[in-house]
Design a protein around this ligand. Sequence first.
Ligand code: F6R
Length: 233
Amino acid sequence: MELIKVKNPAEGAQKAFDIYQAALASGVKVLGLATGSTPIALYEKLTESTLDFSNVTSINLDEYLGLSGDNEQSYHYFMNQYLFNKKPFKKSYLPNGISDNHEAAAVQYDKIISENPIDLQLLGIGRNGHIGFNEPGTSFESTTHIVDLTQSTIDANARFFDKSSDVPTQAISMGIASVMSAKKILLMAYGIDKADVIAATVNGPVTEKVPASVLQNHDNVTIIIDEAAATKL
Ligand code: F6R
């Protein structure tokens, strides 16, 4: 694991931008993308840049079940708002949260991932160690699957909704094995709330209790953290 410590999230976004610029220059074709608050500053830098994504395919980590793409809380809406409306990609995939058959949608998503191997996967991290919506206890062998969100994740994401009871309780997420299949992984984490889980991810045992700890088993991981998130290392 390569750890890049930065003073603040703005510097983190610049470091991440540099990684994307180099990746595009080296000809990457498939980017795995994430939502949440952490990547927003990076997406702003990407959209303000002259980088061209018209030959790049994107594959997002996850989507809430029951929210259609025009729902402002959906991850489809988020990605359009922060990235795709301003920077068109060749093709952008997100898991389907409103399928009639969620199991079939998960199988279909794994097919998309296997046909478009991910060159660079972007990750945020939950305070409980989740990556994507892979909550503690998720098998390291998991592929795309339906998830019951934990109360900790529902509480953390309630800030994006009018009220906590509006937060969906299920999601469809790329699995841990799907994430680990990416050639390179970039995880970003900011703030004191992430300090414990960053310490567990980097220095703790590799355990399904801390899904992100699996990243110790990947040979090309970069973690960008600010000073607050680094305090327990
Ligand atoms: C988002 C995702 C989640 C977030 C994580 C951190 O697509 O898969 O794992 O990355 O919940 O969220 P923020 O960045 O809001 O702290």
